[in-house]
Design a protein around this ligand. Structure first.
Ligand code: GTP
Ligand code: MG
Length: 243
């Protein structure tokens, strides 16, 4: 149908035209500036909730450490590090895992947006802290991967758990997943180096190097055993006859 002669054929534009926002898989997403800002705010809020959850878990760990020190004059924790995934690495993982690119799907399917690593002195401490943390009333265990009992083929060892922790916002309670990794200093030393080598070779580590890494993991495990034995001997109460 031809428009009447005095009406403009194109309505005047009041909002900015859609822009290409990004590409996920084969799909291209377009949005207006207002939609982009809304999405940015939503992403910031989404990531902030993980930051809050990390604070909750960090506090729990700090309380256990301080109480342990007070009660037993012993600190099982060497150091703690935590991070919230960057937006870039989150988008990479959403694409790699084929997760629907919306916030509820990401929360449901990607459980390491918030991660905390607890480096402990001895293997027994990893299990002790795991037990103390996961026994808490407001902590729900989703998944446990015990790579200490069953190391990965490359020799990787650590105790992983995905927990849900409640975060209380002005809008109510949200339960946020946090990945917690427990490992000894020796395991951490090995994993840091292996991580660097893995990326240096673009995830295609040559076979002989893989073998050397596995050997190094075994050596690290041996060292853990020796140090723990030594520690037990030093801490063992001196028998009366030997005094
Ligand atoms: P992702 O998709 O990487 O999260 O794997 P996943 O969901 O199967 O989790 P998994 O529990 O196997 O690994 C989670 C995290 O553990 C990784 O992001 C690393 O921080 C660490 N990790 C696992 N395997 C290795 C490994 O072989 N070497 C090193 N250095 N770190 C590892
Ligand atoms: Mg993971």
């Amino acid at each position: 149908m031809t428009p009447p002669p005095h009406e403009p054929t194109q309505p005047p534009q009041t909002t900015a035209p859609p822009q290409t926002l990004g590409v996920v898989g084969d799909e291209t997403f377009s949005a207006t500036l207002a939609e982009m800002r809304a999405l940015r705010d939503e992403l910031q809020r989404f990531l902030l909730e993980y930051q809050f959850a990390l604070k909750e878990v960090e506090t729990k760990i700090a309380i256990l450490r301080d109480e342990f020190l007070h009660m037993h004059d012993y600190n099982p924790i060497e150091h703690v590090s935590s991070r919230v995934k960057s937006a870039d690495s989150l988008v990479e993982k959403v694409t790699r895992k084929g997760v629907d690119p919306d916030f509820p799907s990401i929360r449901a399917h990607i459980h390491d947006v918030a991660g905390i690593r607890i480096t402990v002195s001895f293997v027994a401490d990893a299990y002790l802290l795991f037990d103390l943390l996961t026994a808490q009333d407001d902590v729900t265990v989703r998944e446990v991967k015990d790579y200490i009992a069953e190391p990965k083929e490359n020799g990787y060892k650590s105790l992983h758990v995905i927990i849900d922790v409640p975060v209380f916002l002005s809008t109510g309670r949200v339960d946020i997943p946090v990945e917690v990794q427990f490992r000894t200093i020796a395991m951490d030393f090995w994993a840091s180096l292996e991580h660097k080598i893995y990326y240096k070779f673009d995830r295609q580590v040559p076979g002989d190097l893989l073998g050397s890494l596995k050997d190094a993991a075994d050596t690290a495990a041996e060292l853990d055993e020796r140090m723990e034995r030594l520690h037990r001997e030093v801490r063992a109460p001196v028998p009366v006859a030997a005094r």
